[in-house]
Design a protein. Structure first.
Length: 138
């Protein structure tokens, strides 16, 4: 069995954003040479997420509106976590949207359904972040 690991470096200019990373992960898969196995894609920060969904701007806006209703950024004083940083809402948003995904790799391709894309969700940006891509298989 082979193992491949790579960290993607990201730096989004806004506090919250969604970024399609499907192409980056496909490039990792091609680089790995693995044809059959599993790919783990993990947001290596506690205020970001990785999930599978449609990459469509209207849906991204819907995510933003929905998450802001569930865990509004302000007022910062509503959260006990806030004190050192003002990002308690980002931790909650990440918890809802998920930390990582595991995808099947078949015949050298990611097993994604119609319209499915890998999306990186940023909830406390404006600083460097990392995404781990770990692929195992043959």
């Amino acid at each position: 069995m082979k193992s491949y690991r790579k960290e993607l470096a990201l730096h989004l200019a806004s506090r919250r954003a969604y970024l399609n990373i499907t192409g980056d992960v496909r490039a990792c898969l091609a680089e790995s040479g693995i044809r059959e196995g599993l790919a783990l894609v993990n947001a290596m920060n506690i205020t970001a997420s990785v999930f599978v969904n449609d990459d469509e701007p209207g849906l991204h806006s819907d995510f933003e509106d929905w998450l802001e209703r569930l865990a509004p950024e302000k007022p910062h004083e509503q959260y006990r976590h806030n004190g050192y940083e003002d990002n308690a809402d980002a931790h909650l948003k990440r918890q809802i949207m998920g930390r990582e995904v595991v995808l099947a790799v078949t015949e050298g391709r990611l097993d994604l359904g119609t319209w499915e894309q890998l999306v990186y969700g940023e909830y406390d940006g404006c600083r460097p972040k990392r995404v781990l891509v770990k692929i195992i298989g043959e």
